[in-house]
Ligand binder design. Structure first.
Ligand code: FAD
Length: 465
């Protein structure tokens, strides 16, 4: 037996949920221990958001160098050194994970390597390869994230990869099949297409990126087509045959069975919460469907001193949502009254063009019974977008008709990922269309598109008839 180590707050998992919760809890005077079985930074920093965005940037530079003809640039002999690109991606990851570790230490959070298993609601065993240590805690914040779902007949292997494998390939695939047209599949498919792979996306539903409005996904599909990406919808992946040099993927579409050969197949059809194998069922915690934990507005589970955040609780599986909940849970642990409010959580898809949404879209608003004013303004009528040679896209604002209160925004286009922040702030701040239209936006910037969309909704646009 060992001597238990006592701590105020135990945090399990060091992704964007866990590390943020740990830092905030420490700032609020708690003695905090964070347990991580893998690498600091979780999925997001190591095998998710960050490495994927690094590869996406490489793809953009590569394509940008080849397609600058319209601006008078002809580059010959533009080459990609894939292993260098991967080394760049890795260096970005290392900088960030190192940075997070430094932040945890600087906030006096104890970092423990190992896998946590719960003995009771105040006790966890943390095991690594050759030792086990008991921790006693007053409160625990679970932030154990999610893992890729495996589907029948597609067992992960060297050539049948999940998103983690797709971010760690040793060679650029000549041909890549992606099963699943969600944001992860579409982002990685786009990235590899930009890097030079021939990509096929196979999706079961009748469209890709079903979380976004059709008028937005249409632009992405146009972009994919331009890259030569084949998108097959309403298709069921049947199986894969693996050889030394590649894969043969069979799928069914329109009642016909088809085969496509490739070097790798990436399967991204969803992520399952890591709430099993930790002793949580034995504690009697209440679960929702699909392994998600039930929580209240303070991220508290059915056992009052056990909190859960991020990908293991209902809602969007996104890093910033995990971090937001991390702050709320840490504040709740410290006795504060903080509660979650999901009105203004943005969601971004880093495709070409980028898609971003926050709050409600027009249909959702109507379904919720709002009478709405909608304003839409195209990138093509904005000077900066023209100067950037990035004219595909639009900003759409959704407001409550009676008083112009902003309740949602959708942006498709270059830098939508950054532009959506202004709309999140506006919604969070309870602003109206008039507030946005009377906010002075620097000229020439893409931000003016948002201002003009507000003017459109108000019926007084300047730069469109
Ligand atoms: P995670 O980041 O998954 O971290 C959980 C941690 O807990 C892991 O490190 C794990 O090792 C550890 N752990 C699990 N069980 C135990 C245990 N028993 N003991 C100890 N440690 C344990 N989101 C975005 O917002 N933007 C993006 O652009 C984006 N891109 C993505 C791209 C890809 C390819 C993928 C896969 C995901 C992407 N996501 C993105 C989603 C994002 O990564 C997740 O929503 C986010 O990481 C969830 O954070 P979390 O803290 O809940 O869990």
């Amino acid at each position: 037996g060992d001597f238990p180590i006592e701590t105020d707050t135990l945090v399990v998992g060091s992704g964007p949920g866990g590390y943020v919760a740990a830092i905030r809890a420490a700032q609020l005077g708690q003695k905090v221990t964070i347990v991580e079985k893998n690498t600091i930074g979780g999925v997001c920093l190591n095998v998710g958001c960050i490495p994927s965005k690094a590869l996406i940037s490489v793809g953009h530079r590569f394509v940008g160098a080849q397609e600058a003809d319209a601006m008078g640039i002809t580059a010959s002999d533009v080459k990609l050194d894939f292993s260098k690109a991967m080394a760049f991606k890795e260096s970005v990851v290392k900088k960030l994970t190192g940075g997070v570790e430094g932040l945890l230490k600087g906030n006096k959070v104890d970092i423990v390597k190992g896998e946590a298993y719960f003995v009771d609601a105040n006790t966890a065993r943390v095991m690594d390869d050759n030792s086990a240590q008991t921790y006693k805690f007053k409160n625990v914040i679970l932030a154990t994230g999610a893992r890729p779902v495996e589907i029948p007949n597609f067992k992960f292997s060297k050539r049948v990869v999940n998103s983690t494998g797709a971010l760690e390939l040793q060679e650029l695939p000549k041909k890549l099949v992606v099963i699943g047209g969600g944001y992860i599949g579409t982002e990685l498919g786009s990235a590899y297409a930009n890097l030079g792979s021939e990509v096929t996306i196979i999706e079961g539903a009748d469209d890709i990126l079903t979380g976004f409005e059709k008028q937005m996904t249409q632009l992405v599909k146009k972009g994919l087509k331009k890259k030569g990406v084949e998108v097959v919808v309403k298709a069921t992946a049947k199986g894969v045959e693996e050889t030394d040099t590649g894969v043969k993927v069979t799928y069914e579409a329109k009642g016909e069975e088809k085969t496509v050969e490739a070097d790798y197949v990436l399967v991204t059809v969803g992520r399952r919460p890591n709430t099993d194998e930790m002793g949580l069922e034995e504690l009697g915690l209440k679960f929702e469907e699909r392994g998600l934990l039930s929580v209240d507005k303070q991220c508290r589970t059915s056992i009052p001193n056990i909190y859960a955040i991020g990908d293991i609780v209902p809602g969007l599986q996104l890093a910033h949502k995990a971090s937001y909940e991390g702050k709320i849970a840490a504040e709740a642990v410290a006795g504060e009254k903080s509660e979650v409010d999901y009105m203004a959580i943005p969601a971004v898809c880093f495709t070409d063009p980028e898609l971003a949404t926050v709050g409600l879209n027009e249909k959702q608003a109507k379904d919720e019974g709002y009478e709405v004013s909608v304003g839409k303004f195209p990138f093509a009528a904005n000077g900066r977008a023209l100067a950037l040679n990035a004219t595909d896209g639009f900003v759409k604002l959704v407001a409550r008709k009676e008083d112009g209160l902003l309740i949602g925004a959708q942006i498709a286009g270059e830098n939508a990922s950054d532009m959506i922040a202004e709309m999140a702030l506006a919604i969070e701040g309870g602003m109206t269309l008039e507030d946005v239209s009377m906010t002075i936006h620097a000229h020439p910037t893409l931000g003016e598109i948002t201002m003009e969309a507000a003017e459109v909704a108000l019926g007084t646009p300047i730069h469109i008839l």
